[in-house]
Design a protein around this ligand. Structure first.
Ligand code: HEM
Ligand code: HEM
Length: 231
């Protein structure tokens, strides 16, 4: 008997894992910052640094990953983006195999914001006893400026995440499209079989992830040691 398939396979395993682990890391970074009295700073550093490695991985994956993970698949020009947006406001959801044109730009924004936030954190300090591992690579006043930006980008990131989740709910409630299910199972209904991906490229994903992680660990190891007193 032919096995029952529920939809066309569009999301590869690395892209799906990337998203849900990124969600955990970014949530962990926010929670550990908000409840810093109860959660050790190390947890904030680990969540943030892992998010950075994931973003570096995703940037490479956007060029060498399977079809729908590629930037060329979902970053469209303004004309295509606006005509898609118009269709959505008329409560139509034109069939798209991967990310939608508007979703694509939102995704790029999220990737850039998380990448910037985690990079800034590496140089930040809290004027008391916590500092990122790259703190001693810059002067104290530069670190303070970067810490200010770390706070600012955190606010922008929260707004972007809120819009992202609202968009997902809008698709579910108004357009009756379950994007979350697709990103969990990898499969989407109403997409032609010709748009299916044929491989997850797991081996390549592991190599890219290990290289990105090793690079960050190496940079942390060669960074000058933190002073015992910050100032
Ligand atoms: C920390 C919070 C979050 C961040 C930083 C984030 C970031 C992202 C990114 C970067 C992508 C693109 C995936 C890729 O192609 O690699 C994405 C897609 C997606 N996210 Fe999130 N996300 C967050 C939270 C959530 C939550 C809570 C949900 C569920 C309600 C969700 C549902 C989705 C869905 C369904 C997609 C695929 C959209 C599509 O089909 O085009 N995300 N997200
Ligand atoms: C996605 C990743 C990250 C998020 C969402 C995040 C979020 C935050 C937030 C919300 C704060 C509190 C800001 C405030 O006082 O209002 C904070 C503070 C801080 N974070 Fe992060 N962070 C991330 C990554 C990192 C990383 C990778 C490091 C270092 C390894 C780091 C180091 C710090 C430091 C030293 C502070 C205290 C200085 C300050 O208040 O700006 N963060 N972070």
């Amino acid at each position: 008997m032919k096995p029952q398939t529920s939809g066309t396979l569009i999301w590869d395993i690395p892209t799906r894992l990337f998203h849900w682990v990124l969600f955990l890391c970014v949530s962990g970074a926010f929670l550990s910052a908000w409840f810093y009295q109860y959660i050790p700073f190390l947890a904030h550093e680990i969540c943030g640094a892992t998010a950075l490695v994931l973003i570096a991985f995703r940037l490479f994956w956007g060029f060498v990953g399977p079809a729908h993970a590629r930037f060329s698949d979902f970053l469209r020009g303004p004309k295509a983006t606006f005509s898609y947006l118009r269709a959505v406001f008329q409560r139509e959801s034109p069939p798209i195999s991967g990310h939608t044109p508007t979703g694509g730009w939102m995704i790029l924004l999220l990737l850039l914001l998380v990448g910037a936030q985690a990079s800034l954190g590496l140089f930040s300090n809290d004027e008391t006893d916590s500092a990122g591992p790259f703190y001693a690579w810059v002067s104290h006043s530069t670190s303070n400026k970067l810490s200010g930006l770390h706070e600012l980008v955190a606010d922008c990131l929260m707004v972007a995440i809120a819009l992202h989740v609202i968009a997902v709910i809008f698709y579910k409630v108004v357009l009756k499209e379950d994007l979350v299910r697709a990103l969990l199972t990898g499969r989407r209904h109403g997409v032609p079989e010709s748009a299916a991906i044929s491989s997850h490229r797991l081996g390549l994903a592991i190599v890219i992830l290990v290289v990105c992680a090793a690079l960050l660990v190496w940079l942390i190891r060669i960074a000058p040691p933190l002073p015992s007193v910050l100032m």
